[in-house]
Each structure stands twice: as C-alpha cells, then as structure tokens.
Design a protein around this ligand. Sequence first.
Ligand SMILES: Nc1nc2c(ncn2[C@@H]2O[C@H](COP(=O)(O)OP(=O)(O)OP(=O)(O)O)[C@@H](O)[C@H]2O)c(=O)[nH]1
Length: 377
Amino acid sequence: MIQLPLPITIVTGFLGAGKTTLLSNLLRETKKRRLAIVVNEFGEASIDGALLRDDSPGDRVQVQDVANGLLAYGEDRVFMPLMAQLHARRALIDHVVIETSGLAAPSAVMERLQSDDVLAERFVLDASLAIVDTPLLLAGQFDASASDAAANSIADLFCQQLSHADIVVLNKIDGLDKHALIEAETRIRALAPSVRFIELAYQARLESQLTLGLHLHTAAQPIHAHRQPTSTQASSGLSRPLDGHSHSGLAPHLHGLTTHTHFHEHDPGWQSFVLNCPQPQNEAALMRALAQVSSDQAVMRVKGFVYIEGACRPLLVQGVRTRIRAYDEPRHIAHSRASPCNNQAQQSPSELVFIGYHINRESVAETLRRFTTTDWH
Ligand SMILES: Nc1nc2c(ncn2[C@@H]2O[C@H](COP(=O)(O)OP(=O)(O)OP(=O)(O)O)[C@@H](O)[C@H]2O)c(=O)[nH]1
C-alpha cells in the first residue's frame, strides 16, 4: 500500500510567546486527527511536554520531549532517529506538530526536511506558524538596539522566525483594541514582508482548520478556505480583515532556504540552567525573588513547578520577562507532579528552569536563597 507523506506543522515563536498554550488548546479541540507532538526545549528540563501530556485526551495524541538543545541544528543527533521513529509509527499518526524551542529558527527543521531525500519522501511540510507575544511586539521588545547585545540577538531571532513562517499568529491579544491589532500587523509586515497570513488567537485559541491540513507546501493541492477565527470577527470589531486572510489562487509556498541562514552558530550568549530546592516555599517570597532576578539580569523565561508549604500539589510558575505568575489550577499541573496531601515528605524538590542572555546561575540562586531563606541550588 502506498503511504502518503506524513504532514508536519512547525510551531515556532520566541520564548514564552504561547506556543505550548496554543497547542494544548488545539489538542483538546482536535477530535479527529491522531497527532504526534514533538516539543523541543532549550533548557535541560522539559516542562512543556509534561503540560501537553496532561492535556492530551486518550491515546489520540503522543507527546515526545526533546530537551536540552536545538532540534535539527548543526550537530544535533536526535532529529533523524526521532523522524525514523515517527515514520515507523506512521499507521498510528495523521499529523506531526513540532514545537521548536523559543530560541530556534524553524529553518533548521525545514532545511532538513527538504534536503534529506529519505525525509522528503516520508514527510511533507504542511505549514510553518510563528506565534507572537503581541503586547511585547507593541512594546518594542523585539526591536534591535545598537547598544544592547541581548536586544539584538532577540531581534535577529524574531525576524528569522517571522521570515520562515507561512502564518504569523498574533497571540495574547485579549486586552488589545483594533488599533493595536492593526499596529501589530503593520509591524509584522514591515519586519517580514513575505509572511502570507496573519491570524488572531484570542486566549491562545486557533481553530484546527487554521492550523492543520493547510497543504501550504504541497504542489497541486486544491485551494482551501482560510478564514479568520470566528472569535476575531466577534470580538475585535476590526473594520477590515487583516491583510492576507484569504489566499485563494496562491501557489504552494517555497521558502528560500538557500538564501536564509538559520542560527547554525547559535548565539552562545543564550544560557539555561535549572535550580532546585528541597524545602517548601512561601509563594509571596518566591514571587518577590523572581521579580528581583528578572530586574537584575536578562532572564527572558522562568518556568517550573514549586511546592508550597502545606499544599498537596505544586504551583506552576510561568515567567515571561518581568511578567511572572504562579498557577495552581489542576489542569496546569502534570499528574506525575501531584502528591497525596498526607504524604508531604515524598514531595519532589521544586524545580525552576531559567533561560536568558548571559545570565549568572550563582547570582540567581543567591537571590532566591536570600528572599526565600531556603536552599536553592
Ligand atoms: N494573557 C494571555 N496569556 C497567555 C496567552 N497565551 C499564553 N499565555 C501565557 O504566556 C505564558 C507562556 O506561555 P507558553 O505557552 O508556555 O509559551 P511558550 O511559547 O510555549 O514558551 P517557551 O516554550 O518557554 O518558549 C504562560 O503563562 C501562558 O499562560 C494568551 O493568549 N493570553
């Protein structure tokens, strides 16, 4: 029996843009397709994979974590065996979604898919999505700056992610009015004129028709209807659709990979480390410590699970730059992390992943120790 190539959607976006949240919503809403999700994290610990696994209904979704690096970059030896495993399970999978690390350009995976003959036979790129933290975009947080190396590195990466995207998804737009949305679109178009479509995701929600099965890189596919999310029409009140929301008649899209380079030489200024603490935490003291850390150093992302005195399940900590929140909704907590209330002694240590530009592990640990009077190391 002839097997059709397995479609792959690449989901990219800078650290904390909302890739995992968007995917997790998609998993709950996609009822028909059997999905294989590959989650690549820059840090040593995989937090997102645990969250997605918890949101995966039944055996329709398989989640695979690849922590500690950048998938398909340079010397990475994980990518090819991973693709071979996916191919071996072809009969059980309808669609693959690869969530790249927030510090990766999607061109790395795209290039491998196009340049390797075996992969090109077995897989087909369906679409590449770039998720954008819209409030940060509007605040100029992805702009380059002559005097700030971190800002330049972020701006460079952000542009790479946009320029390889078929679809840019404006996320975190819950509090934005139509003028802000149009301003965001204008900025995206100025940074990446080749972007084909811009979609709006309210509360990190995109319909699966806007995300999977788009065939944007397949020759001779029937033209599909590409619509705005219904929530966009209802809540944004935009007087005109965002440019590019329909694309009937467009030919399959080819990204000029030969003319772009992804970060084969990844900027070594980006660092990640994990800190643990065996003692239970005081939430307020920990939040003060994390606020201090993010104002002292270029920490762009903090995430992990923290055990609070007397609580039977950990809090999920999510920090994107200076916005740091702790969640205790059970949905946000991987079951494997919950412990019976009467068995506090068996709690795992708290674990936080920090990602930033030239960040200093010891100095972050020292701030956490000072504010929480517990032994972070
Ligand atoms: N208000 C708001 N918050 C959001 C939205 N989407 C995501 N978030 C929050 O943004 C934070 C980061 O979300 P993630 O989904 O983990 O982001 P990510 O892109 O997967 O992060 P990395 O994998 O670390 O790069 C979390 O606290 C989310 O709850 C949104 O649409 N609105």
